[in-house]
Design a protein around this ligand. Structure first.
Ligand SMILES: Cc1cc2nc3c(=O)[nH]c(=O)nc-3n(C[C@H](O)[C@H](O)[C@H](O)COP(=O)(O)OP(=O)(O)OC[C@H]3O[C@@H](n4cnc5c(N)ncnc54)[C@H](O)[C@@H]3O)c2cc1C
Length: 313
């Protein structure tokens, strides 16, 4: 039997990969990012000879059910900011790295198309560094990998729809995410604020990232997320304007540096309402947080559900 291709190595893709391997199947993963983890992301910024880390995607993880709780335990996550919420150390991306151990993963590859061949699916992918968001794909010959007995797509819905046939892409059109502008700022000294803030002017959530366990507590690093309304209204704003607006809402001295990141797909607003999509006849599946709820645990559960459908088939 040919291996299974998993497109996307965020929590949903990694979860499906682990469950399929446990079920005796061979898998290969492709992701356009530099590492596994997707929106469980940590950015490292060098400034004045020091390295600063920021969790600019998911802030903390909460397990409502035993499966995800076991994963968080095995990955060595630590409680923060209270016993029910957990973070990976030294950054949230450590959970993706933990899950990707031993998996056959190609990073930095933008998957552009799927081709149905006589012997199975072929995955067409190209150097992600050549792809500019919102622009047409560059005119380069893609690399073709395969054949695969099945392909599981785990991108946010809008990015997945182009790869899937209409009877699978149409239901995905219902899934909606709010964007989120996120500012990473390092201050010269500790801010006189609680470690976490919610709904403060245009800020939806802000956290003293350097207070999380396993971080450099001598630094004063903050992650500041705009609320969905601000993010939507300022979607095309210049990063400098977003930084100025969010920092103005905090009683803080000028930062050492501040960088903004725009997430087009952040807080899930409308879910698909089923754990995954699977067409056994075609050997095509879809999983992501968008299937169930906008939480890391839901992405993991969606990946598990899709793997069970594949193994059942
Ligand atoms: C700012 C922010 C804050 C959040 N806070 C929390 C929180 O505190 N707690 C919580 O539980 N959840 C939080 N979440 C949600 C959580 O991060 C997600 O639910 C979860 O990580 C989604 O996993 P996924 O695998 O479905 O998608 P993703 O993590 O998005 O994975 C999809 C992967 O597909 C890849 N990809 C996309 N297109 C292509 C392509 N064409 N070719 C190749 N690869 C591609 C991407 O690089 C990515 O790695 C937050 C999300 C954001 C953005």
């Amino acid at each position: 039997m040919h291996p299974i291709a998993i497109l996307g190595a965020g929590l949903a893709g990694l979860s499906a990969a682990q469950a399929l391997i446990a079920g005796g199947r061979e898998v290969r993963l492709f992701d356009k990012g530099r590492a596994a983890g997707g929106r469980l992301a940590t950015r490292r910024i060098e400034h004045a000879g020091e390295s600063h880390r920021f969790d600019h995607g998911a802030q903390y993880l909460r397990a409502e059910r035993p499966g995800f709780a076991q994963l968080l335990e095995a990955a060595g996550t630590l409680p923060w900011p209270d016993p029910k919420r957990r973070v990976a150390a030294p950054g949230m991306s450590a959970l993706g790295r933990h899950m990707a151990q031993g998996l056959e993963l190609q990073t930095g590859r933008h998957v552009a198309a799927l081709q149905a061949g006589a012997d199975g699916w072929m995955v067409a992918h190209l150097d992600a560094a050549l792809v500019r968001p919102g622009r047409p794909l560059p005119a380069v010959e893609p690399t073709l990998d395969g054949p695969f007995s099945a392909v599981l797509v785990t991108f946010p819905a809008e990015q997945a729809m182009a790869l899937l046939p209409p009877h699978m892409s149409q239901p995905l059109a219902a899934i909606q995410y709010a964007p989120c502008w996120t500012v990473m700022a390092a201050f010269p000294q500790r801010l006189d604020l609680p470690d976490t803030l919610r709904y403060h002017g245009p800020i939806g959530w802000a956290a003293r990232d350097s207070a999380k366990p396993g971080r450099d507590a001598t630094q004063a690093n903050w992650v500041i997320q705009a609320d969905p309304d601000f993010s939507r209204e300022h979607l095309e704003a210049a990063p400098e304007a977003v930084i100025a607006a969010l920092l103005a809402a905090l009683p803080a001295a000028a930062p050492l540096f501040a960088v903004a990141h725009r997430w087009r797909f952040s807080l899930l607003e409308v879910a698909l309402g089923q754990a995954c999509l699977w067409d056994g006849a075609l050997g095509l599946g879809y999983a992501s947080d968008g299937c169930l709820a906008g939480r890391a645990e839901s992405a993991w559960e969606s990946g598990q559900a899709l793997a069970q459908r594949v193994l059942g088939a």
